[in-house]
Write a protein of this length. Structure first.
Lengths: 141, 109
């Protein structure tokens, strides 16, 4: 197994105004190593959805702060690590998909992330606040 | 996101373009529900939508439910490939009525 190569570290405020910039960064970094436009679109969507979850559910109500996105490449796998500093801890239960038979607005972000990514994992961290979400995707045709 | 709402004789057309994410979905929701609450059927042209996330999809679903309750026609026209990928992933391509032409929508009003 090759050593992980860092492709990006990007820190930005956890607000919806920065989502567009985030997607531009993702396309810039992942475009050259993505085998298809469709796969690139899906990966950009999944990472953006994970950030939406942080903005809406981790930094909820009066809490504000930053998100750090780290992207590493290890062989054919791309590893995405999202760190937030929210006071609210996200539970593994919250990362589960909801049944799609329920036709109602909302709650589709986790389904999208889980469908697109090969692995989705909340990393245990000892600090009092903050969450670390790690997602892995194999970029193959 | 850019949007343009126009009134036809017996329905509204909402033309969307660009990226629809959490930053713009409240505006989309307001436009969709505003049109439906005026009692107008609604056709949403999504040909130029380059990106849509779950919050944008949620606005479309809320419109679908509101239209159904009010017995109004509601459909999506010429959906772009990136938007269709998301609808397919969330299996909502089977829920929304998708139209290739305006005439198809008009014929069921």
């Amino acid at each position: 197994m090759a050593a992980a190569e860092k492709l990006l570290e990007f820190q930005f405020p956890a607000t919806s105004a920065y989502l567009c910039t985030l997607r531009e960064k993702l396309r810039e970094v992942l475009g050259p190593c993505s085998p298809s436009e469709e796969l690139l679109n899906f990966v950009v969507l999944a990472v953006s959805e994970a950030c939406v979850n942080i903005i809406e559910h981790a930094y909820c109500e009066d809490d504000t702060g930053d998100i750090i996105l780290e992207i590493e490449r290890q062989d054919d796998n791309i590893i995405f690590r999202l760190t937030d500093f929210a006071h609210r801890k996200t539970s593994k239960e919250e990362m589960k998909s909801r049944p799609l038979e329920e036709i109602r607005p909302g709650g589709l972000g986790c389904h999208i992330i889980n469908e697109i990514m090969d692995e989705v994992q909340l990393i245990e961290c000892n600090s009092d606040c903050g969450n670390v979400l790690q997602m892995k995707k194999k970029l193959e045709p | 996101m850019k949007s343009k709402l126009s009134a036809e004789s017996n329905y509204d057309v909402l033309e969307l373009s660009g990226e629809i994410d959490l930053h713009y979905s409240p505006q989309l929701r307001e436009m969709i529900l505003g049109s439906l609450k005026n009692g107008n059927s609604l056709l949403i042209n999504m040909a130029e939508v380059s990106y849509i996330d779950s919050s944008g999809i949620a606005s479309l679903v809320e419109g679908f439910q509101t239209a159904k309750t009010a017995n109004l026609s509601y459909g999506l026209l010429t959906i772009s490939s990136p938007a269709l990928q998301v609808l397919t992933l969330t299996r909502l391509d089977r829920v929304f009525t998708l139209y290739d032409t305006v005439e198809q929508f008009q014929s069921q009003l």
